[in-house]
Design a protein around this ligand. Structure first.
Ligand code: PMV
Length: 334
């Protein structure tokens, strides 16, 4: 099954004809507390395991899409993006799935409130916002589940960015991926804070797709990963239900470390950490030993994301002067 076939199932005969002059969509970035790490189907971005994330509140992507002539045009944060760049070619090949006619071209204007260069999960909110904008432009009126599946075809973690708050992406088992979608979880933690620590804004040496493939194929530790995830998902959901922040933090930190450990045992090895990444991890452990309630997680890059409750914000700012604090449920919420 190709992406195109999955799109045909989801659109179920809906027209590929613009219903209005332009479409708009907005989506928050998300950070996984239990990671998506390994695909069972690389074409459809079908994961080996389920995963669970929290959205980043006001940090995310806003996208406007409209028909245009000649060739696809892409603007990122108000600047034109070169057609041959990785960013524009990835976008154009996704848009190929939705062209009303072979010669049809799109103009996409996208604004990221997350620093794109900092490698902080901008593809997740990017593809989610794009799918929402397409749904608006074409007037499909798709349900959230179908939108989540469409976003997944762009980037796996984008399936989760269709929703805000805590979100679970069900791995599913079907070959066509129709049961592999995200759903919001019914928990709100207005006091939850995340801290972004940008260690390096250099492009990552290995993309997540290649890192997952390599790890799955060559790392002896990968066998343990689905077992770890099955356990962590249960415990994170217990923690959410009981409002147990420290349990959530412990499991999220341990899950991230386990994910990175699988890469270390791959060949060629996958290690995203820079010396400054490790220094920040030690700093977290140090201040936690002194009683601060702070935990970390990390994705396919060198940057560190902190998790802490609102009342720790002054101490966290003191210990991590460069931290950017995010309130997933809104700054006024707590
Ligand atoms: O959606 P992708 O292909 O960019 O993969 C994201 C993988 C991680 O960020 C490392 C984990 C996750 O669940 O977001």
């Amino acid at each position: 099954l190709k992406k195109r076939d999955a799109v045909a199932i989801l659109l179920a005969g809906r027209a590929l004809a613009p219903a209005k002059a332009e479409g708009r969509g907005a989506a928050a970035a998300n950070i996984a507390l239990c990671k998506y790490w390994g695909k069972r189907n690389e074409e459809l971005n079908l994961p080996i395991t389920s995963s669970l994330s929290v959205s980043l509140g006001e940090l995310g992507t806003r996208t406007r899409i409209l028909p245009c002539a000649g060739r696809d045009e892409v603007a990122l944060n108000g600047q034109p993006v070169a057609a041959r760049s990785k960013f524009a070619t990835r976008l154009s090949s996704f848009l190929d799935l939705f062209r009303p006619a072979a010669e049809f071209r799109f103009r996409v204007e996208t604004d990221n409130s997350i620093p794109t260069a900092a490698g902080l999960a901008s593809s997740a909110s990017g593809f989610a916002a794009l799918v929402l904008a397409l749904n608006d432009l074409f007037g499909w009126g798709l349900d959230p589940r179908s939108l989540s599946i469409l976003a997944r075809l762009g980037s796996g973690s984008a399936a989760r960015s269709i929703f805000d708050g805590f979100v679970e992406w069900h791995a599913g088992a079907a070959a066509d991926g129709m049961d592999s979608f995200a759903e919001p979880l019914p928990y709100e933690w207005p006091d939850l804070r995340m801290g972004l620590l940008v260690v390096s804004s250099e492009a990552k040496p290995v993309g997540s797709r290649e890192a997952m493939r390599r790890t799955r194929r060559t790392s002896v530790l990968y066998e343990a990963w689905p077992i770890k995830v099955a356990h962590d998902l249960v415990v994170i959901k217990d923690a959410l239900r009981e409002g147990d922040f420290d349990l959530l933090g412990r499991v999220a930190e341990s899950n991230a470390l386990a994910m990175h450990a699988t890469g270390l045992a791959a060949w060629p090895p996958v290690l995203y950490w820079r010396p400054a990444t490790v220094a920040q991890m030690h700093r977290v452990w140090e201040v936690r030993d002194r009683g601060l309630r702070v935990y970390f997680t990390m994705d396919a890059g060198p940057n560190v994301k902190l998790l802490f409750p609102r009342e720790e914000e002054p101490s966290v700012r003191e210990s991590f002067p460069d931290v950017q604090v995010v309130a997933p449920f809104g700054p006024e919420a707590g």
